[in-house]
Design a protein around this ligand. Structure first.
Ligand code: BDP
Length: 671
């Protein structure tokens, strides 16, 4: 079993096709019915699929779950006991069908069925960092799924399976190309290719979006400028939008990375991010499109604190964006680290819809090889309290309920490629799955999602369920522990971001270097973001800022993110900072070793192919967790000249040995 089927591992013997009835005809209803015929087990009773406008459904007086929600309920229809799958829209019916399949996979066909749900977030989007040459930036699961060469003519059946997998978890949008965009993706041939994908995705409720290169009017239109205030530029974008909508009538809109890491943008002309976003928004507005404008600005100036840039640039623009612009903010202020405090912008732009951006691909958490279940990372950010009002959490900012926004969204940088198991390893599928489920309902717990995923992926055997969910639930914290705990971040080696490099100090810009982030010296370690340092804490709401200004009231997991402390600083446990940090490395390695043993215990209970790949990857992870531990400890000891805490094993090699390791084949940033 190569894992191709993801969470859609349907039984061999399936329901009699005529047991599934559809009222009304459309590609979407047909897709829903086909999925049930494919996935419900033999012997399953009659099922009716119909929207709430159908007279038979109307007569049942079921509750409404809104434009995308569903109700699945037993009822008597035409005198027959029937399972009714319905919603206000066809999309609701589609999601209801997948919810039914999930329910059956997780609880068995005999369990009572009574489901209703609606998404809390409107845009549930995968961002593909796929380049037109097929390379996926930060992608570790093979090449791009999109075969730009054979599109639009050849429609690989895999595109349909991609759409099914997404519809199953409620994802309703896909940005096809990298945020580091090429203007070429907006040319007629590429629009036709995108349109072919849009046609395939449409019955599954998935809209297509494109990343737009801000300077495209110059590169494609021959204009002298891309200044958003220039009428000729605005005209060019309007015409471009019209052209796209002729090919893709339900095109979602644009995603833009501007003035960040060398990308062009409105700042090149002295205009603001709002000027740029609003100009593009006006172009798609007549067609109902939107603009997702990224707040990940990372400009060439020497910042006193990189973590402060996005806030400094965007906070003053609150309320200045058009109503079809949503500002896309990464979960944390640096860059998808194993742990980051939530991004201060979530508490600072009440008049602007903010969508959250997570990274599903594990750029900083061991690529596709390390096992790290990211739902706890996602949930940690979503559950964080912004301190702006009682009960104000990041989730309530993102779902719009706190500040009354209806344009709401969650984006995940996809971990998908053309490898047979889609994500480079069976367990990485869980991160795609968890992202979709949390975008639907940010209130779901990581544990509940882990159980669902495990049942659908490895079956309902209680021992398998117990073992796999326990592995998942500890895995992310293990990565934090063995890469650098207590709020340390950005400690990785250069370029590829795989493996340790806390000593790196020679790169051109200060904030490219790990030493910029940890600031370790003989006496202490950590980045002072209080008033005596960069004062980044002031970007949080006053009550929270006050808490974070004091190490005693800062969450331990974020301690060195906000404070520079003596190695001898005593934590709540009474242990010193140095001892705690050091022992966390051991804890991380021990957790991986334990996961490996537990997986070993499932030999024979999981199919051999997925079992073996996972076993091998866990062995790699254990080896590399030790490498992180040893290299990091060797470096910290060279700085603080302290002995290891009692009983801890010394690093296997000296520091120079770790510094000399090269990883020429680790996939890097092709930009
Ligand atoms: C960083 C990646 C880089 C991306 C950038 C972004 O290292 O490849 O282009 O984020 O989000 O995480 O734009």
């Amino acid at each position: 079993d190569d894992g191709y089927r993801l969470w859609m591992r349907y039984p061999d013997r399936t329901i009699a096709p005529d047991a599934v009835t559809v009222r009304g005809r459309s590609a979407m209803l047909d897709a829903a019915a086909a999925e049930l015929r494919r996935g419900l087990p033999a012997g399953f009773g009659p099922v009716l699929l119909a929207t709430a406008t159908d007279p038979a459904v109307q007569a049942l007086r079921l509750p409404s779950e809104g434009p995308e929600g569903y109700v699945v309920r037993r009822a008597t229809v035409d005198g027959r006991p029937t399972l009714v799958v319905t919603g206000d829209s066809e999309r609701g019916v589609l999601y209801g069908a997948f919810a039914l399949l999930r329910q059956v996979a997780v609880n068995g066909a005999a369990a009572p069925i009574n489901l209703r749900s609606r998404p809390r977030i409107a845009l549930r989007v995968l961002d593909h960092w796929d380049n037109l040459d097929g390379v996926v930036e930060r992608g570790y699961a093979g090449k791009s799924l999109w075969d730009w060469w054979t599109l639009p003519d050849y429609k690989d059946p895999r595109y349909t399976d991609y759409a099914r997998a997404n519809a199953a978890i409620g994802i309703n949008g896909a940005v096809l190309n990298n945020v580091n965009a090429k203007a070429e993706s907006l040319t007629a041939p590429y629009i036709a290719k995108a349109a072919a994908l849009a046609d395939i995705f449409r019955p599954y409720g998935i809209k297509v979006y494109l990343s737009a290169r801000f300077s495209a009017p110059i590169e494609l239109g021959g204009l002298k400028t891309a200044d958003p205030r220039d009428p000729a530029v605005a005209r060019w974008w309007r015409a471009k939008a019209d052209e796209i909508y002729r090919a893709i009538p339900d095109f979602g809109g644009f995603l833009v990375k501007a003035n960040s890491e060398g990308q062009p943008g409105p700042r090149d002309y002295g205009a603001t991010h709002a000027d740029g976003a609003n100009m593009l928004a006006a172009a798609v507005k007549p067609h109902g499109g939107i603009v997702m404008w990224r707040a990940f600005v990372y400009a060439d100036t020497d910042p006193d604190d990189r973590a402060k840039q996005a806030y400094d640039e965007f906070k003053p623009l609150d309320g200045r964006f058009a109503d079809n612009v949503v500002v896309q903010v990464k979960n944390g202020a640096i860059d998808f680290q194993p742990r980051e405090p939530f991004h201060p912008l979530f508490g600072a732009m009440p008049k602007t819809p903010l969508m959250i951006e997570f990274q599903i691909t594990k750029e900083y958490l061991g690529f596709a090889t390390h096992l790290a279940y990211l739902a706890p990372l996602f949930a940690e950010t979503l559950d964080a309290e912004t301190g702006t009002a009682p009960g104000a959490t990041v989730a309530r900012v993102v779902d719009g309920s706190l500040e009354g926004h209806t344009l709401t969204g969650m984006a995940g940088v996809a971990n998908i490629g053309d490898s047979r198991d889609w994500t480079g390893s069976p367990f990485n599928q869980a991160n795609w799955y968890a992202f979709g489920r949390l975008a639907w309902d940010p209130g779901l717990t990581p544990e509940a999602i882990a159980r669902e995923w495990t049942a659908q992926t490895f079956g309902r055997d209680p021992e398998v369920m117990r073992t796999v969910t326990a592995m998942l639930m500890r895995s992310r914290e293990a990565v934090v522990d063995y890469t650098g705990a207590l709020g340390l971040a950005h400690l990785m080696a250069t370029g590829h971001h795989y493996g340790p490099g806390p000593w790196v100090s020679e790169l051109k810009r200060p904030e490219w270097n790990p030493v910029y982030y940890h600031r370790a010296d003989r006496n202490g370690i950590g980045f002072d973001r209080t008033r005596t340092g960069s004062n980044a804490v002031a970007q949080y709401a006053p009550a929270l800022a006050a808490k974070l200004a004091d190490p005693r009231t800062t969450p331990e997991g974020e301690l060195l993110w906000f404070h520079h402390l003596s190695w001898d600083y005593r934590l709540a446990s009474g242990q010193t900072l140095w001892e705690t940090l050091a022992r966390r490395y051991d804890r991380g390695v021990a957790t991986v070793a334990a996961m490996r043993r537990e997986w070993e215990g499932l030999r024979g209970q999981v199919d051999p192919q997925r079992w073996a790949k996972t076993a091998t990857f866990l062995a790699v992870q254990e080896r590399e967790a030790r490498w992180w531990r040893d290299a990091s400890l060797a470096y910290w000891m060279s700085v603080n000249r302290r002995p290891l805490p009692a009983g801890m094993a010394p690093p296997a090699h000296d520091l120079d040995w770790y510094k000399q390791q090269r990883f020429p084949f680790a996939p890097g940033n092709p930009q």
